[in-house]
Design a protein around this ligand. Sequence first.
Ligand code: GLA
Length: 747
Amino acid sequence: MQGSWDNPIIAGSDMQLEIPVAKPVPYIDFDGRRRLFHLRGQASSYLMSVSPYGDLHQLHWGCKLEAPDVAAVHRAWAGTVRNLHLETHRREYASFGSNDLRLPALHLEHGDGSRLSAFDYQGHEVLPGKPALVNDGLPGTTAEHPEDASTLRLLFKDYHSGHLLDLYYTIYPKLDVVVRRALLKQGPQAGAVKRLMSASLDFPAGDWHALSLPGDWARERMIEQSRLNQGAHRLESRRGTSSHGMSPFAVITKGKADEDRGEAFGISLIYSGNWLIEAEKHMSGRLRVNAGLNDFDFQWRLEPGATFASPECALAYSSKGLGGLSRKLHAMVRRHILRGPWRERERPILVNSWEAHYFKFKHDDIVKLAGQAKDIGADMVVLDDGWFGSRDSDNSSLGDWYDDLSKLPKGVKGLAAEVKAMGLKFGLWFEPEAVSPNSELYRKHPDWALAVPGRRPSTSRNQYVLDLGRPEVRDFLFSRLAHYVEDAGLDYIKWDMNRPLWEVGSPSLPAERQAELSHRYVLGLYELMGRLRDRFPELLVEGCSGGGGRFDWGMLCYHPQFWTSDNTDGLDRIYIQYGSSLFLPALTQTAHISEVPNHQTHRNIPITFRSLVALSGNLGLEINLAKTRAGEKREIKGWMEYYRKVRHLVNQGDFHRMESPYEGPRAAWCFVSRDKREVLAFAFQPRTPFRGQEPLPVRFKGLDPDEIYKLEGATQSYSGAFLMTQGLIPAFGPGDFQAQHWRLAAR
Ligand code: GLA
């Protein structure tokens, strides 16, 4: 059965959609004669066609195709399609079970124990905007206005098992982003999903490279690039969270990626648990890339008629190198991932108590910190770990979300009231997902922690992880969080998560569903965070996972900002923030000025350098102001005032990476307003060059070449062309750790 503009909904799938069908739908063309789908972005095209045998083939993803190009691509493909060896084709979503032995997008186990499937095209529908799938429990991109996006839904059926498969493609044409996902509906016999990827891509033969963001605790998102040689390559997390070890993001490029030139294909998963982006360079030279839920130690049982949804995966195309790609991804996050009142609102500049006091504080210390925060011009004080149970170190009390009256005799409520009376906002740290073996909660409910019955559980940071798959666990956590939001009038929560998941098991699930638990955990987490977000839309929640261990687009659907890294050292942060900027806008990356010697690296970096690194993100402080020297405090205060004047650029401007610390001795970047009339640029030189070396200019990017820009606080002006080709020589002083900023505005 085949759909058309006049008959868009095809029988065969009764999965419910919320948005009614309306015609005509822009950005998606369907050519019924050639069974050709064309998703049209402003500068990109995504082209697919149904083969005469019902298999969907990928014809093109990349530069924009005009009508003659589409015809040419289709003609070339049509000449090959009679070849029944599927491994020779570029396929859209290959299932295991044919003469295509490349890594499949879909792998099922049927009731009879067989694992072969073959899904044939049944029809399609084209919808304005982005339909919401009912009750799938996963976060996804938004499309507030129907003109933001159009969605194509393709329907398939496995002729033998009767399973139905829907593939969704939502195109955001202005950003050249296609968001994909898959939805499976079980046929009349029960079975299991072994893998259901969100997106699958078949690139033609070429010298393909992958850029990834591996790391570790305090070393998140380090840029790495490698050639994809023949064979299979996996970027993944098996750690239960998206993880410090690797971010759920990759860029595929032809040849080594260039910052300003060449095609870049970005892949960002909207998922926060075990994920996989795999690439297989086939013996033919073609490249297949699959992205989605990790199939490692995973299986999901489906009863007849039950459905299973993959997470969403965003695919972005740019012909302007990594820089062009990042700007599209940043805009995607700002407009279609972040939501609620905090999406556009300027965030409070906070002072966090962690590095100032760790676990050792009393009511008066926090009141004193608040007084200092007020004097210096901050907006909010955040009481980090140590306020609950009897938590004097990290070996107890997680789960006991009740005031520690020995530290806070007036309770959190009394403390919050005093802080608020000073005209400040007040925030509190929680680690809802964790439980200490030494806690009242664990003594009462040992079965609430993830563990395999009969096996020794092991701790990490002296803690276990709660089974968020269980509704009663989530209800308990919600009631404790809601209590503090309401009772103490919290303005902010820092939601932390400090360990990986291992020994994942639960007595609440039957044997045949144990392999579902890692994913059920993430679904439970999303449900809990969603409940909090919906009940308290004004509450600002900052994500954290031992720093930036779960900083992904899934979490950003709930937390509009994330603690980028526990490493607050100015030098290390340059690498971390530069790497993070590949797919995360500055607005979402929190960056704190901390004291020296730095608590993680023991390095002594001057305050200007430290401050300018933090000003390049979502600024805050993590410093004992009572101990800070007066001169340094004055300087911090000055930078905070300055930040208020320029943060519209940091938050909403286009970000341009000018010099990479990974490739040279300096780092430089700039933020340019959308109308190109304002610029804020930063340059960092960690190590003084050899004597006698001629200083090199920093060349700006993203300006209007014909515009004349005036330098703030000076009489000089420069044309955009001059700034971009000749550049400015930084006025770095002598010694290591020099930093400079420039602010320019069109006259
Ligand atoms: C994690 C966080 C830190 C801090 C501590 C508290 O490590 O990343 O910022 O909140 O926990 O224990």
